[in-house]
Design a protein around this ligand. Sequence first.
Ligand SMILES: [Cu+2]
Length: 465
Amino acid sequence: MNRRNFISSSALVFAGSSLQGLVPRSFALAPDAAKADHALRIEPCTLDIGPGVSIKTLAYNGQVPGPLLRLREGVPVSIDVTNATDNADIVHWHGLAIDSLNDGAMEEGSPMIPAGHTQRYSFTPRPSGTRWYHTHATANDNLAIGTYTGQFGFLLIEGSEQPAHYDQEINLAIHHWEPSFVPMVDTMREQSSNMPQTTGSDVGYKYATINSHMLGAGEPIRVKQGQRILMRLLNASGTENVVLALPGHTFKIIAMDGNPVPNPKSVEVLSLAVAERVDAVVEMNSPGVWILGSTNEKSRQMGLGIVVEYAGKKGAPVWKDPAPAEWDYTQFANTTAAPEPDQTFTLTFRDIGALHGSKFDTWTINNKSWPDIDPLIVQKGKRYRLVFRNGSGDQHPMHLHRHTFEVTRIGDKQISGLKKDVINVMPLDSVAVDFVADNPGDTLMHCHQQLHMDYGFMQLIKYAG
Ligand SMILES: [Cu+2]
């Protein structure tokens, strides 16, 4: 959709006000006479996530996760999004190579959806794989909006390739609830004298869920011995990275961020940074009643888990701590080096502390903060390397819009073939990712941790010419 379409769309929305009385006031008219293929409505809802625990939040169509959208790769689609909230909002189609105006990031020029209005997104979904959609609104100090809310859903783009053989598929989305500001906990800073003393706040939570239920509160995942279950796991938390295990079982990781990995491997423990996805096949060969949940006890107590119940098995769900394991992206990649890029951008991330009496730390990329930061300029068809150097004590799940990147180095280890759209950069670590500039239009790169992106941790990539 081009800018003109958007203008005519909003004109139609205004024209719709003459039909007052025919439609409830809170419904804006769809922007086009033709019905869209899908419709989402951003609206307040109340979720009962556990016994006596009700959460008031914003979600799509009154459900969390939002409706599962299954789209065909290469087949154009239209999605009407009605904003029935009090604030302007926007939907980002995460992991798709689409145009900037439909991508859903205002920094790229995508329009915000005004309160009470409907906007049509039109795009051709690609590439195939486990994508997702979520709000891209800035939250700043308002913890009732942005990715702190229930505005997320799975977006499965089906290609021509047959997925791995499995007996059951289950989509599991993780989220944290009831956020509040807490003092920053940052042990790395104490160890490193060249980092500023932090003064800002961090976000803490009271509850966590998988598919909007706390551990033990929802329906269990019901399985039979011998089944192969395809689990699509999504970390839809606003700010929290998670580590998960299912005692007695392994996750065979076949795709990351929706893209098949070159070297599928079974692991007992999997890490999911904010916005990351993993497709894993789990063989059900250990009958019992188990907890699939966080390896952190406090997180499980907050609710981060779900019961897995074999047919015919009863009893209290069992948790067993797995052997401690370091998360290692490189095990799923090729060990050969990737081709050399045409150009390299080295980007150093720092936390420069809370400025001018702000409650929050400001984040910099090469000593600049959004919006006072020049774009990176690329030329169509060339291959670029982004070297992410984390000079801070926090983890940063770095996300590139509208392009898939290839992870080419983690620390000292050169790799290739691992295609992602989010990569978690550990404290004081360095990671390199390559992308081909094959989708002209403004492209946002940012840390997906909501509090970091809201306080400076963003940069645009622009195409020359
Ligand atoms: Cu960050």
